[in-house]
Design a protein. Sequence first.
Length: 242
Amino acid sequence: MRYLMMFLMFFVAAVAAQAEEAQPAGARMTLSATATAEYPNDEVVVSFRVEKDGRDAGRVLADVNRISAAIEQRLRHQSGLKYRTTGRNMQPLWQYPKDGKRIRSGWQVSQGGQIVSTRLEAVSSWLEAIESEGAMLSSLQFDISADASKHIRQQLQLDAIASFRAQAAVMARGMGAKSFRVIRINSSSSQMPPMPAPRAEMVLMSRAAADVAPPSLSAGESRVTVAVEGEIEIPFHEFPVN
């Protein structure tokens, strides 16, 4: 019985100590801060597709395979370029006569590809290689590369934290305190690249490629924002009531 009483006393004391620690030692406030900057894009992502249709499935497949192989052959050995196939699809084409019974009229085959590179000066020649072989350009997107983005976000995170601390210091001084304590802090980031060219415009560029000079392209800049949000605790301070 004595041991049980000692255990209960120890348990009650531990719970009381934990409850006391859980109580805030001062006034708590939630703050947020952001850091934003624009940086030049150093990477391009070009997406395209080869699409053919016809009555003879074998011929349609052969055309798509030939064009895709020719593009890959021209791009595979380019330095500083990552090339990959993004998808392939084959589906029947149907006609719907007045009697309501559909009839298969042919086949459509498409295969997609994508280029990723930081060699922005070579983009025009790659577009020429894609379009001249008979592919259609789906999208062209300039962005910040992963390595550069990591460094940028780290720097902006430091700037956002410095802004957070400055706000916390202002709040502490306003409350008559000489210090503050950070209870928690979270960070998030976002990036807004330039808008890609509309798909219809890219297809038009593909069709007219043989009749015009190489496109003039500008990589532009992307806006990167890092936000921090957290809670601080300021020591209690008694204010006189007038």
